[in-house]
Design a protein around this ligand. Structure first.
Ligand SMILES: Cc1cc2nc3c(=O)[nH]c(=O)nc-3n(C[C@H](O)[C@H](O)[C@H](O)COP(=O)(O)O)c2cc1C
Length: 177
């Protein structure tokens, strides 16, 4: 069985909580989640399968895009990955967002991670249908009308999070185990 690495960025702790829940549900096949503020690229590159979680902040951005802000996490880490060889790695993405208050950019930051890992040679699994969410725009939607990963909305759809994670993880396990 593959050993799965879970990496996340988080500002107010929601993505951290979700990362921990995902870890519990992967019982024994994933290592404890690592906050990208403390992770190294060597740790990242040691896993064949990676689950990457991010909130969307700013205006559809990763935490850390605004130098000097409190959101100093994924942006710096993606800089360190921009030259990495991710050939052969399988990546799945989960993204926290708020479809009501940020309807014009719902979970858009997932797309930034998606484009990066694809450009470095990884393959991405765990696309997710757009049904069940209400928003006007998301950069994380593919032409197929699926999200590049799993959108979770702790502000407006907290009660759906666990069942969404369960069925998403089933898809991931089928793809990688
Ligand atoms: C300043 C700010 C900007 C935000 N911008 C967006 C956004 O563009 N799109 C979105 O879907 N959610 C947006 N959100 C909502 C957060 O992504 C959401 O609250 C998320 O759960 C935060 O996760 P965290 O606790 O891991 O930081 C924003 C929140 C804040 C505070």
């Amino acid at each position: 069985m593959a050993t799965i690495g879970i990496f996340f960025g988080s500002d107010t702790g929601q993505t951290r909580k979700v990362a921990k829940l995902i870890h519990q549900k992967l019982d024994g096949i994933a290592d404890a989640p690592l906050d990208v503020r403390r992770a190294t690229s060597e740790q990242f590159l040691s896993y064949p399968v990676l689950l990457l979680g991010t909130p969307t902040l700013g205006d559809g951005e990763l935490p850390g895009v605004d130098a000097g802000s409190q959101y100093d996490s994924w942006q710096e880490f993606t800089d360190t990955l921009s030259e990495a060889d991710l050939t052969g790695k399988t990546v799945a993405l989960f993204g926290l967002g708020d479809q009501l208050n940020y309807s014009k950019n719902f979970v858009s930051a997932m797309r930034i991670l998606y484009d990066l890992v694809i450009s470095r040679g990884a393959s991405v699994v765990g696309n997710w249908p757009r049904e069940g969410y209400k928003f006007s725009f998301s950069a994380a939607l593919l032409e197929s009308n699926e999200f590049v990963g799993l959108p979770l909305d702790q502000e407006n759809q907290y009660d759906l999070t666990e069942e969404r994670i369960d069925s998403w993880l089933e898809k991931i396990k089928q793809a990688v185990l």
